[in-house]
Write a protein that binds this ligand. Structure first.
Ligand code: CS2
Ligand code: MG
Length: 416
């Protein structure tokens, strides 16, 4: 029988969860954070941000999760995960799995702080010293986009995602004139945008032809289709992009239909990335086991936390698939901090998305990860190394926002 009073990371009494609360703040954009406090005074943070559905997750945590946490042993991370997953009955889905993720990450943070170890060490230690990242370049035309890619290369990025405006469309996914990162949730009700595939399929190959001509073949180039093509259109684009050696083509076609990726694989060797909208290993399974993709993007905040995403990464590794975590600015620095530790450990690491948060966001979420020479470096603080300045957070009240929707020119509802 284990003497629980002498365990290395405090006693059972020290680890008892005595309080948990949801903090919603909007330093430039909405974030939802769960803070779990133990009797020892050690607390942990988990990100619970789901862009456009923030209050749904906050309510799920406050109404259905937090009452079940009080009195639990914060050290029983796996059992808490199983309780929240199996005990929900209505399992999976983005709201449920984001809520579970927030609890999971907060408990891993507490464990690290109690053990005095950084999260990557709790997972098994360093597999690498630095974490390769990619930045987001965009432009209103090919010329401007290429200049933006050059700016990222000049900042030391070794990998850059490139998105350019689609001729004839008023708004294009991923294209922003904002100084900071692209923020798609810009209105209380969904902005209605128009999408047209034909001009898109024409401009993208020309964009990457120009990028290779301007910047050579060494820099890693990525592109996000954002779910907008049919399988055969995606196959055509992947084939047309082959001469420009992309690091990956992302969300080429809606991934609820894994068979669609058979078409792409039949016509092209352009590497494929999918998964930011997935929230469990069951969403990923077919694509991984049939090796229909090359990078899995399902990340900690929407994929059930470290405990579950670790299982997804292991399944991916069995099939030669690497991680490529989603890292948009609508995932808080708490997720980025936890992700950099995970990326530092995970054997089958691929790349980490790094859309820089605003200075306002970074002030609310002080952290110890750093960017240098195209890579992120995890800090050595215990836990995931991200804090929350609650006093400052309180100065930024929630502001309801939703993601846009897209229709074809004839009004047909499409995928944004
Ligand atoms: C995008 C995201 O970063 C990406 O790959 O797909 O910016 C996505 O549009 C947002 O996270 C949606 O909230
Ligand atoms: Mg994406």
């Amino acid at each position: 029988m284990v003497n629980v009073e002498s365990e290395p990371h405090g006693s059972r009494r020290d680890r008892e969860i005595v309080a948990a609360r949801v903090i919603v703040t909007s330093p430039g954009r909405n974030f939802v954070t769960l803070k779990i406090e133990t009797r020892s005074g050690v607390s942990g943070l988990g990100d619970a941000t789901l862009n456009g559905r923030e209050l749904a997750v906050a309510a799920y945590l406050e109404q259905h999760v937090i009452p079940n946490l009080i009195g639990r042993d914060a050290g029983r991370i796996e059992d808490t995960w199983q309780f929240l997953y199996r005990g929900a009955y209505w399992r999976r889905g983005p709201v449920t799995m984001t809520a579970i993720a927030a609890v999971d990450v907060a408990l891993w943070d507490i464990l690290g702080k109690m053990a005095g170890l950084p999260l990557y060490q709790l997972l098994g230690g360093r597999s690498r010293d630095v974490v390769l990242v990619y930045g987001h370049a965009s432009g209103r035309d090919i010329e401007e986009t290429s200049a933006e890619v050059g700016r990222f290369i000049a900042q030391g990025y070794r990998a850059v995602r490139a998105q350019c405006a689609v001729p004839g469309l008023a708004k294009s996914y991923g294209v922003t004139r904002m100084k900071n990162a692209y923020e798609p949730a810009e209105s209380e009700l969904p902005l209605q945008t128009v999408w047209s595939t034909a001009p898109y399929l024409e401009v993208v190959p020309r964009l990457f032809e120009r990028l290779r001509a301007d910047h050579g073949r060494e820099v890693e180039l990525l592109h996000d289709v954002h779910h907008r093509l049919t399988p055969i259109e995606a196959a055509r684009l992947a084939r047309d992009l082959e001469p420009y050696r992309l690091f990956w083509l992302e969300d080429a076609t809606p991934a609820e239909n894994p068979d669609g990726f058979e078409h792409i694989r039949r016509h092209s060797v352009t590497p494929l990335a999918v998964g930011e909208v997935f929230n469990s290993i069951w969403d990923c399974r077919a694509l991984l086991e049939r090796q229909l993709i090359d990078y899995i993007r399902t990340t900690i905040v929407h994929g059930g936390g470290i405990t579950h995403v670790r299982r997804i990464a292991d399944l991916a590794a069995l099939h030669g698939v690497r991680t490529g975590f989603h890292g948009a600015t609508d995932l808080s620095p708490v997720t980025l901090g936890a992700a950099v530790h995970f990326d530092t450990w995970v054997p089958n690491f691929g790349i980490q998305e790094y859309m820089r948060h605003s200075e306002q966001t970074d002030a609310v979420f002080p952290h110890d990860y750093t960017f240098r020479d195209g890579c992120l470096h995890s800090g050595e603080s215990a836990g995931h190394g991200v804090q929350l300045d609650e006093k400052l957070a309180a100065r930024f009240p929630y502001s309801p926002k939703q993601l846009p929707v897209a229709r074809l020119p004839d009004g047909t509802m499409w995928d944004w």
